[in-house]
Write a protein that binds this ligand. Structure first.
Ligand code: NAD
Length: 296
């Protein structure tokens, strides 16, 4: 029998991911901080709106969080006045699929363990289009073998690959490091495009060349033509979230007494861009370099 799934967070990523679970035949109970979003999900996709997080926890075998960060996940699972672990049975499993800060995840795991709840971290990569397609890459961490198996068993509808990364927090550590690399590629491509454009190169031709050359990345392949060069800036991942992820990676290095100059520089750049452009999408970051150079 399929486990009942409590799904918390129906944003850019959570919505399509939860949709795949409903379409795969799971009984899904949904909750979002914005009640109108849960209502719309139940109306358009299916599943059932949970009136409270406690009720969601009580009805579910597995509770998934897909929230902005680890703080929000902790609020929803254990810290909030209404929270899921109030209702969850001993033996239930929680999976934080948000890109959270790894040491916070370890602390959250210890707090939930006292209630008999096993936590796994299972952040995802691939962006909104892979979430829509159900082909995310999932990095699965955790210390409880049965919980890991239960978590992996429900990942199929959302993912093309699940890689076990090690103990609790390892998935979240892996995720921020991946996004650090993605942010580097995006940032460096912004610079290359602007230098080339000023010299007279056509940015669209540049992307064509890069995509058959060694400078290519997921950014050049999926974001530049549709979102950056068109200036739609609609890739579907908030600047605030990318800034958070790079900051988590920098915090991890710092906590381990490592001096990582590129990571440090990148953290400052994204923090500045996020402050200057609150609410923007990360694909708008080329504006940071344009503004520095007095263009636009
Ligand atoms: P989002 O801001 O679009 O969605 C977050 C949702 O959580 C919103 O609907 C919000 O109302 C809800 N929410 C916030 N706090 C809540 C709480 N305490 N209780 C219940 N609901 C709450 O964010 P997103 O783009 O879907 O990203 C979610 C997570 O996935 C983030 O950690 C992000 O870094 C990560 N991520 C995003 C992408 C992407 O391309 N967008 C890709 C991979 C990973």
């Amino acid at each position: 029998k399929k486990p009942v799934i409590g799904w918390i967070g129906l944003g850019m990523m959570g919505w399509p991911m939860a949709r795949h679970m409903v379409q795969a035949g799971y009984d899904v109970r949904v909750f979002d901080l914005k009640p109108e979003v849960s209502q719309r999900f139940a109306g358009e996709i299916g599943g059932e709106v949970a009136p409270t997080l406690e009720a969601l926890g009580a009805a579910s075998d597995i509770v998934v969080t897909m929230l902005p960060d680890g703080k929000a996940a902790r609020m929803a699972l254990i810290d909030g006045a209404d929270n899921a672990s109030k209702g969850m049975k001993s033996g239930a499993v929680a999976i934080d699929m948000s890109s959270s800060e790894p040491t916070g995840t370890v602390e959250l795991g210890a707090a939930l363990k006292e209630k008999g709840i096993a936590l796994c971290d299972a952040p995802v990569s691939g962006g909104t289009w892979r979430a829509e397609e159900g082909s995310l890459a999932i990095m699965l961490g955790g210390g409880d073998a049965a919980a890991l198996d239960a978590a992996e068993a429900i990942m199929g509808p959302m993912s093309r690959v699940v890689i076990r990364t090690g103990p609790l927090g390892s998935g979240h550590a892996m995720k921020c490091l991946n996004n650090y690399l993605s942010a580097i590629a995006l940032s460096a491509t912004n610079e290359a495009i602007l230098v080339g454009a000023k010299f007279g190169l056509d940015p669209s031709v540049m992307i064509d060349v890069i995509n058959v050359s060694t400078g290519r990345s997921n950014n050049t392949e999926t974001k530049f033509k549709p979102s950056v060069l068109t200036r739609k800036f609609d890739a579907g991942f908030a600047t605030a979230l990318m800034t958070k992820d790079v900051g988590i990676a920098a915090g991890l290095a710092e906590a381990q007494d490592q001096d990582m100059p590129i990571l440090k520089l990148l953290t400052g750049i994204w923090r500045d861009f996020n402050e200057a452009h609150p609410g923007s999408d990360h694909s708008a970051s080329i504006q940071y370099w344009e503004e520095r150079n007095g263009e636009k």
